[in-house]
Design a protein around this ligand. Structure first.
Ligand SMILES: Cc1cc2nc3c(=O)[nH]c(=O)nc-3n(C[C@H](O)[C@H](O)[C@H](O)COP(=O)(O)OP(=O)(O)OC[C@H]3O[C@@H](n4cnc5c(N)ncnc54)[C@H](O)[C@@H]3O)c2cc1C
Length: 358
């Protein structure tokens, strides 16, 4: 299944694995099970750290778990993670195999200290460009905390479930059997949604910050540019954004960013973030502003209040809140997630994928 080039690349990635990995496949007599087994055999042949067993008894077939012997990791792929999900498979192998993730120390600590039971299921399609972010975030959480379980399910292979749950778009995420979210979600966004006390602590930290010289509300290209210009002047600069990166996160093809012939939206968004981080800018992500209390007199401070309960003071304020999707407001419509699936282009792709399943 893997061509020579991909095998060579995967082999070199797997050299970073420092701890043994056990893959346990749950199979039936179908052709897809054989296909999955063939892929897993090829993967296992590329590293002496990987053991492949084919005696799994999970209800979803074909599926496979990836574990570290002696560890309690609940991470499973139901289906064959090729296409856009191949990267998720590689990352899962590396992280289960002890290779550290790039998440910040604070985020890793927050995941490790989560209490309670979190059983996530994510429906993806192999052609979905927004799905790997979700799958990879939840896989990492499952690697770090034994209370977190994650199954990534290829909807095309588990049609009955898709129909039962009326999954109309991907990624669709369920937590403990209930719908949790739809569309692209990053690690920090997922965490903020399940770790309420963490979000409260974060809000307290934000409120305790000293006043900014310039506070920018909005972390899209406009907000990022404003932050860079301000910080280059050596003034105390902060960016508070509901979703750092803004609308570019919702598109894969950008071909009119002068001097860059083509790029992908999420790549551009992470380049924006890297660029802003080159300067002394305080980025406060996942903060939705709900109120602005302007200074009454010259020399006084403006105040911005956030949904999280946080508030910030600033001498100058730049609003760069861009645009958002107009929501239909029709009960049952996918209006909760303008961040990915409601994008005209991606929604078309995903809904047509859903209709392929039917
Ligand atoms: C599917 C799609 C494809 C596109 N393709 C292209 C393309 O190929 N080429 C091109 O040039 N442009 C394209 N665009 C348009 C481009 O993305 C926008 O023009 C650009 O992102 C605008 O930048 P901005 O910073 O002004 O606003 P946005 O990107 O909208 O960013 C707004 C920021 O403000 C934040 N925000 C909003 N409200 C609040 C609040 N209340 N509190 C806190 N934060 C808030 C948001 O979370 C975000 O961080 C595309 C857009 C979409 C959706």
């Amino acid at each position: 299944m893997l061509d020579a080039n991909l095998k060579a690349q995967l082999k070199s990635y797997l050299e970073r694995v420092t701890q043994p990995i056990e893959i346990v496949a749950s199979l039936d007599d179908g052709a897809k099970s054989q296909e999955m087994l063939e892929l897993l055999k090829e993967v296992a042949s590329l590293s002496t750290q990987i053991t492949l067993l084919d005696n799994g008894d999970d209800a979803r077939k074909p599926s496979f778990s990836i574990n570290r012997p002696g560890a309690d990791i609940s991470l499973r792929f139901a289906g064959i993670p090729m296409g856009h999900e191949f990267t998720s498979l590689v990352l899962a192998l590396l992280q289960v195999g002890g290779h550290p993730s790039k998440a910040s120390v604070e985020v890793i600590e927050q995941i490790r200290s989560l209490k309670g039971q979190f059983s996530f299921e994510t429906y993806f399609s192999l052609s979905c460009q927004n799905c790997p972010d979700v799958v990879q975030a939840l896989n990492l959480m499952a690697v770090l905390n034994p209370n977190i379980h994650h199954v990534a399910i290829d909807g095309a292979l588990f049609q009955a479930e898709v129909d039962d749950r009326k999954v109309m778009a991907v990624p669709s995420i369920y937590l403990n059997g209930e719908i949790f979210g739809q569309g692209r979600m990053g690690l920090e966004e997922i965490l903020a949604k399940i770790d309420i006390s963490g979000a409260e602590r974060q809000a307290e930290k934000i409120s305790a910050k000293e006043a900014f010289d310039v506070l920018i509300v909005g972390g899209g290209p406009a907000g990022a540019s404003a932050a860079i210009y301000a910080a280059r002047k050596g003034i105390r600069t902060g960016v508070a954004a509901e979703r750092f990166g803004g609308q570019v996160l919702d598109t894969m093809a950008i071909e009119n960013f002068i001097s860059v012939q083509e790029t992908e939206g999420p790549k551009l968004a992470s380049a924006l973030e890297e660029h802003v981080k080159q300067y002394d800018v305080d980025i406060m992500n996942l903060q939705r502003a709900t109120a602005l209390i302007p200074a009454k007199n010259v020399g006084e401070l403006h105040e911005v209040r956030f949904e999280s309960g946080a508030s910030l003071k600033t001498r100058a304020l730049i609003l760069a809140t861009g645009a958002r999707w107009r929501e239909m407001g029709v009960p049952g419509s996918n209006n909760t997630r303008p961040k990915a699936c409601a994008s005209a282009r991606t929604a078309t792709a995903h809904y047509s994928r859903a209709s392929v399943w039917r």
